[in-house]
Design a protein around this ligand. Sequence first.
Ligand code: SF4
Length: 730
Amino acid sequence: MLFGRNQKNPIKMADKGAVKWTYSTCGYCSTGCSIEIGTNAEGKLVTSRGVGGADVNRGKLCLKGIFEYEVFEATGRGKTPLLRDNILDPFQISAWDPALDKMASEIKRIQATYGRDSFAIVSTGQIFTEEFYTLGKLVRGVIGTNNYDGNTTLCMASAVSGYKRSFGSDGPPGCYGDFEHTNCLIAWGSNLPEQHPIIYWRLKEAQEKRKFPLIVVDPRVTIFAQNADIHLPITPGTDVVLQNALIHVILDEGLEDRDYINVNTNGFDELAQEVRNYDPCTAAKICGIDEDTIRTVARLYAKADRAMSIWTMGINQSTHGSDGVVGINNLNLITGNIGKPGGTSLSITGQCNAMGTREWSSCSGLPGYRLLEKPEDREEIAKFWGIDPEFFPKQRGLTETDIFPAIETGEIKGLWLVATNPMTSMANTARIRKTLEKLECLVVQDSYVDVETTQYAHIFLPGAIWAEKQGVFTNTERRVNLTRQVRPPYANSKSDMQIFSELAKRFEQGQKISFPEQAEQVFEEMKALSKGRLCDISGMSHDLIEQKRGIQWPYTEVQAAQGADGDQRLYTRPLTFRFKDGKARLIPLPFINNNEVPDEQYPFWLNSGRLVEHWHTRTKTGKIGNNNKFSPIPFMEMNPDAAEELAIRHQSYVRIVSRRGDAIVMVMLTQRVPRNMVFIPFHFFDCVNRLTLGLLDPHSRQPAFKQSAIRIEPVDQLLAAQLNKESREY
Ligand code: SF4
């Protein structure tokens, strides 16, 4: 007899008549689901399905992956290059050669007039690793500007910074398989069921089998929090205080792993000294979690033997983002929970290839986690590319969040954006708009011409999307996975790699460096440069990656010869951290509250985050009916008790005001948010980021998107409804 789920009729997917399936990796989030794209007998792409033999998703996909085959023909695709001299003029259609000639001459003019670093470049976490490597070669080896970054500064910079400060290198040490071994899991600032549904499914399956305690730290009662054993509704921006208090209890009660600390870490005494200031009673007053709960969680975690922490933007997007990551690492190091199955720090990455840009784009250094600051790294890459090492800057330039202020001050005059949309994604929209208007030359390279930032561009270059080309992504758990080309680039668009290579030929230095045309040739270069590095991929090939449905790095030639898998975890042996002595660093974290906090004038916290059906600035999901129909317009979660005090009704419109600007938004009453907080999804143009302050973390330069103060005002409902209708039509 069948019981429970098995009794129900299995879901039958409609037969779309696919006769051919092409292997790919999902191009949305960093979960890294293996996905096949179905082509029918007429050659039309008609469906997507999860790959059963893939370890990551085991046949499953979320809503975004299921309808991903629709991105190719969705409205708003860029068909051909566009040019104009003045942003008030209409665009003129252009062929590729004149467009790239114009772009090269503008870069040269600006650099000759104002200096090499006056032209800045900001890329993405969405293109293939081979494309990132090629862009890095173009920027570092040919154009030579040092003001080059990725939009990953808006999402993962704090994780990178925290890993480097604690372990000596970037690189998440854990994997999804850790869910199957852990005895306690804390999720910090992550709404996994909406942000990474397939990772959540892996976690939930493991938890249902083994019943380990799941603790969710989040100011909102998210779906994840609703499914937790313990929910800690923390005061925004105070995670470091809670972390220090947990460590205080663990040390106070002698629950730390002394052997692990003695062998593998430096800095214990300084950390112990600092956390003395954070007894649970004092900490409770700052972070809002009562002292008994702090003690309970500390004991659960320290006594679990195998305990792990995961986190996403609730930690990273804060003025204490980097410290929050270090705090998680401190907690895991003192309990001996790094490098063992079920004991780890695992940042859940955002974009599908945010990891690939960290490893290979040269944004923050040189390929393969090499540093501009290290002469031997500069020498090695210069020799490999055949250029003079003196061409490289000797330290990293500005991050994305510092590039925009440098445009305001006139230090930067030209900007090239690759697959990123700052008009919607960056804090303080009004300021970003004014900044973009100041540029002498703005190039927008994107698969969709209707991204909001194109309004301010002088040159638009249409890029091919996802499986219109071939290449690899690296996911959250360091797994490199492949996308095969399923169709040619849309209309007159080109792959990003081809655009980079063709632009390089227009520069003198670009004649000296080789730019291979095929993704597999580029991958061979990366393999050669990876040998002996932490992110060693020398044993991989595109074919082997497809065969294994993704391979985790490090994966050496020896592992390949033995037919082994990639390493599941980093730092599994003593003294293998990436500092000279092999030890990790325990770092004291004094807490100074520098957030914008609610006050009499602006009495509510403004929190922002993601919805399951949308991806980032809706460039893709806003065009796909089966995604967009679930959330076609922005809304604001508000606590019913707070709403009653202000006489605000469910589904009425309100005006929200911050010190930066205002926005009209529909109210959704829910107990998910506390009385002094509202939550607005960040996907929508001219909405939440009109209000956000975006103070920067001092280490990572990542903005605090989740901690701003606002007030709420009534509005004329008819006028607001009209505005809403217009935004829906958009
Ligand atoms: Fe794609 Fe992420 Fe959904 Fe998997 S969980 S299908 S990678 S969006």
